[in-house]
Write a protein that binds this ligand. Sequence first.
Ligand code: HEM
Length: 337
Amino acid sequence: MKQLKSNSWLWACLLAACALVLASAHAADAPAPPAQIQAQAQKPGVTPAHNAEATWREVRAGTPGVTTVRGTETGVLVSPDGNTWRQIRHGPVTFYGSLLVILVIVAIALFHSRKGMLRLSEKPTGRTLVRFSNWERSVHWLVAISFVCLALTGGNMLLGKYVLMPVIGHTLFSWLAGMGKFIHNFLGVVFSVGAVLMLATFYKDNIWHPSDAEWIRKAGGLVSREHVPSRRFNFGEKIWFWLGVGLFGLVMIASGLSLLFPNLYETRHAMQTAEVIHSIAATLIFCMSLGHIYLGTIGVEGAYQSIRTGSVDETWAKEHHQLWYDEQVQKKLGKGA
Ligand code: HEM
């Protein structure tokens, strides 16, 4: 019994010694508290533990603390810019973006109700010309289909909680939004590859030609319903190609990829900026795409057939792209001779 008692004392002393060693080692590793807290702690009656207000003031100011996770800004608990970004995203970006989309849809609807479909003035000949190769059509549809899915899922991210959630409820909306985000991430990469291929495939026929000046002067004959001679692509299509696909498309791709890989090197401020740029570029390219889709479907007779089948009737070629038609006829004659 006596032996047991003296052993207990020995164990207790050993444990106390270990605890002291561990505590002092930990104290040496532990980061010094922020200067403001140290200063306040020196005041009589104020300890760091009771100084939560000052601690949170520093946290809210974005003062970095210490974390075992290594990376850009991992020690910053709260980003003060986040609130500004949230207000911009839910304020002007959403409001003016939606307004612009609605205005474009109304303008197209009014235009169509007044002018109707642009029809061929002569009868189709039944003879066709190849307008798009299989490769060109494949690239076009890869971009077009991925774009439409991105527009739907991206639009849902920006507006879904105002438009869809009140109708379908929280549970279904959260499932749909999560699924949509997954699809958006995946198709963003598909669209990026497709858009680069599209730029490489079509750039030659979208270079400026003196005949474009005539097209600009007559505003493409869209209002007067006059046929303005153009080469393979008219100036309107060239604007869509360079401004829509080229500029807004590439801006969207660059900002989208930086959002897809957030932990590579970026600060939160850079990501917030990328998000705002991405939303604005997406809204602008979407508005332009509405015009393109309108003209490619119900706006111009025979246009959809060209990208669906790859061929157009000679009458269509003559009336919409007279200079291109002349070139094709010359080529045919050259081959025949
Ligand atoms: C989803 C619906 C779409 C439809 C119905 C459609 C329809 C068409 C049609 C009919 C043409 C041929 C025009 C002609 O023969 O002169 C065409 C060409 C073209 N489309 Fe689309 N399109 C769609 C989406 C898109 C999207 C989302 C993009 C790009 C983001 C795009 C980019 C192009 C380009 C670059 C051309 C060649 C014209 C040029 O280079 O200027 N299309 N499209």
